[in-house]
Design a protein around this ligand. Structure first.
Ligand code: SMG
Ligand code: MG
Length: 367
């Protein structure tokens, strides 16, 4: 495959409602899209990094910079390029996994489109549709939270995830459990707690949560292992798992019993599949996380979520949960499920008018 150029676009798309987590509130998603153009096709990759460096060190404008100055030139120098050669070519660049993932995804999409193979088939998907959950941000009050959850349950979501932080944990969880009974319920702290909060977090035990996601800082694997000995709720790691190697270490250490797999966070779909395999070999259930992706990233996430080890509903929600107008044809929930695209590559493409409308910056890098 011969790369002829790479386009890097920055887009800004308003969210249907502000999304508040322990690290801030998003009202508009600023994101980077990569379009890899080859001699006989083109492919798209969406970068998961948000506006600021608050979920992790990465952010959209840094991704643009590292792509333009380092990643694209390094990949442009690869002979006989294919997606499996992208990560090795970028190995000398520290971090920037979301930027690397976007570029690898674009190359993989271009290759698969040219060969008429879907993402799902290439990754090893075994399902035509995937069970979907929804991530509910921190709200101004408990009544507002109950209204939001009621709306999502009415939409058909099969699992509810509540964002928590110190001061917004036991009471909102109690309120949701009391009001909605026996639903699949889990929480995500985005690193907002410290080791000394173990006893406090054990107060979530009576609510029979599916999991407690990333309570402690991303580099604190040992802390998570100790916490797992104090709380009964299963610990799930998100931010801490940046590779198949860290997944293997976290499992060996007893730092988690469930893993949230986000392809961007781990450098791409190929590494994401390796994490799936490591977890499957260890009997660790996985589920697909989300970074408020547009339809482009969502299509690829659905393909991944259709692999056999993805046994829990993911943060793979319908287009309308995020955007009034998605970048692709909208993904619509059907009895709590989204259909895995089957067309070549991602199986979806940006709608040209929508894409132009949300683009705030555009660079063409000839190869
Ligand atoms: O895409 O539905 C989605 C968002 C899911 O909660 C979600 N993501 O830590 O898991 C997580 C967060 C990180 C993104 S917050 C902008
Ligand atoms: Mg998370």
């Amino acid at each position: 495959m011969k790369l002829t150029g790479v386009e890097i676009r920055t887009i800004e798309v308003p969210l249907v409602a502000p999304f508040r987590t322990s690290f801030g509130t998003e009202t508009v998603r600023r994101a980077v899209l990569v379009r890899a153009v080859t001699d006989d096709s083109e492919g798209w990759g969406e970068c998961g990094a948000g506006t600021g460096p608050f979920y992790s060190a990465e952010y959209a404008d840094a991704a643009t910079d590292v792509l333009e100055r380092f990643l694209v030139p390094m990949v442009a120098a690869v002979d006989d390029l294919d997606a499996h050669r992208v990560a090795p070519a970028l190995e000398s660049v520290r971090g920037h996994r979301m930027a690397k993932a976007a570029l690898e995804t674009a190359v993989l999409d271009a290759d698969l489109r040219a060969r008429g193979i879907s993402f799902g088939y290439a990754l090893g998907a075994i399902r035509d549709s995937v069970a979907c959950g929804v991530s509910v941000g921190i709200t101004a009050s408990i009544p507002a939270l109950l209204d939001a959850v009621a709306g999502y349950l009415a939409d058909g979501y099969l699992r509810i995830k509540l964002k928590i932080e110190p001061g917004w944990d036991v009471e909102p969880v109690r309120a949701v459990r009391e009001r909605f009974g026996d639903i699949l319920l889990q929480v995500d702290a985005n690193t907002a707690y410290r080791r000394s909060d173990a006893r406090h977090l054990a107060q979530l035990d009576p609510f029979d949560l599916l999991l407690l996601e990333q309570p402690l800082p991303e580099d604190d694997l040992l802390g998570h292992a100790e916490l797992a000995g104090v709380v009964q709720t299963p610990i799930c790691l998100d931010e801490s798992i940046v590779s198949a190697a860290t997944a293997a270490d976290a499992i060996a250490l007893g730092a988690c019993s469930i893993v949230n797999i986000k392809p961007g966070r781990v450098g791409g779909y190929l590494e994401a599949r390796r994490i799936h395999d490591v977890c499957a070999a260890n009997g660790i259930p996985v589920w697909c996380g989300g970074m408020l992706e547009t339809g482009l990233g969502r299509a690829a996430n659905l393909a991944l979520a259709a692999l056999p080890g993805f046994t829990l509903p993911g943060d793979t929600s319908a287009s309308e949960r995020y955007y009034r107008t998605d970048l692709t044809e909208p993904f619509v929930l059907d009895a709590g499920h989204l259909t895995v695209p089957t067309g070549p590559g991602l199986g979806v493409s940006p709608l040209p008018d929508v894409l132009d409308e949300v683009t705030v910056e555009r660079r063409w890098l000839p190869v």
